[in-house]
Design a protein. Structure first.
Length: 332
């Protein structure tokens, strides 16, 4: 039987031979105590309202899966993108996060790397950061109405993002990095594919290229409908697209990609409810495993951007049902 690490690596190989479906985040040990996390997200506490290093108000309700920006007309950091330099102050990651890696390195050293992969984490991607600064509507409108100013701002955010990735790679030396940026809703991209390509694609090619050049695998989280840009995602170096909603035609994408990118998700987040029955949860997990598992290069997973669910019972049942499927159907 392959170790969780070996099974994952076989899953993402074009002609790999995994002996079972990967069970969500089982092969990974997230390291969440690095200086970048502490500096950029250290004041985010469940049940509290905070302000991040960019000046955005962040809400984190008790019953939410994660923190969310709260941008209004009165508190938006960037009310006029044509004068973004006057209002946006890019946090200096090099000055604040180059030192203090001892805790993270100690955590990574405790991982048995023959069994598991050390996972670095990067929340709030380039597009997400743009709408954190001005609100969702303004961000999308400015891509169309003020493209020159918006490109300048996106370029500045992308350089910050690159420095984040570089510090994480150079200091932690993870095996894989989970990088967030949601580019679509459940049914559509937030923008036309050519707009995404013009503003964001090459920045991610640079960031993910740096990771690959240093032996780090790329897992990109986007719980979105991204069918129109999956070829682009594979091209710029996404090894695993985590958060693949079942609204995407996963069967079609598996055939289209032919092992060039692994799809991780497929379980409907609507089962993560207090009133969801065990039978309902197991049925959807079994649907995902039996529908997409045979096509290969698929990891059944809740579509959230990290391990776990709002209701812990849900996660326990999901994991158990994936194990049950594996017992009945291995080798995959």
């Amino acid at each position: 039987m392959l170790t969780p690490k070996e099974n994952f690596l076989e899953t993402i190989k074009k002609d790999g031979k995994p002996d079972r479906l990967v069970n969500q985040y089982q092969p990974f040990v997230p390291i969440m105590n690095d200086p970048l996390q502490k500096f950029t997200r250290g004041n985010r506490v469940r049940g509290k309202t905070s302000v991040d290093k960019w000046g955005t108000e962040i809400l984190f309700p008790e019953d939410a899966p994660g923190p969310m920006p709260h941008v209004t007309e009165s508190n938006k950091v960037c009310p006029d993108v044509t004068e973004w330099q006057k209002s946006v102050k890019v946090p200096d990651l090099v000055a604040n996060c180059s030192d203090g890696w001892e805790d993270a390195l100690q955590s990574a050293a405790q991982v048995d790397r023959s069994e598991k992969l050390v996972l670095g984490f990067m929340g709030t991607g380039i597009f997400e950061q743009s709408h954190f600064l001005m609100g969702f509507e303004d961000a999308l409108m400015n891509l169309l109405l003020e493209p020159e100013s918006m490109k300048e701002l996106v370029d500045a955010i992308a350089e910050y993002r690159f420095q984040y990735a570089k510090l994480l790679v150079d200091n932690l030396h993870p095996d894989i990095i989970l990088s967030h940026d949601d580019w679509g809703s459940k049914t559509n991209l937030f923008m036309q594919p050519d707009i995404w390509r013009g503003f964001f694609k090459e920045h991610y090619r640079r960031i993910y290229g740096y990771m690959h050049d240093h032996g780090v695998l790329v897992m990109h989280h986007a719980d979105s409908f991204l069918e129109p840009i999956v070829e682009d995602m594979a091209e710029i170096g996404v090894d695993v697209w985590q958060g693949v909603l079942p609204e995407n035609d996963i069967l079609k994408l598996q055939k289209q990609l032919d092992g060039r990118m692994t799809l991780m998700g497929g379980i409907d987040a609507t089962i993560d409810r207090e009133d969801a029955t065990e039978e309902e949860i197991r049925a959807d997990v079994r649907r995902a495993c039996s529908t997409y598992g045979p096509g290969g290069h698929f990891i059944p997973c809740m579509t959230y951007g990290l391990a776990g669910t709002i209701y812990p019972r849900t996660d326990e049942i999901i994991a158990d049902e994936i194990e049950a499927y594996n017992r009945e159907n291995s080798p995959v």
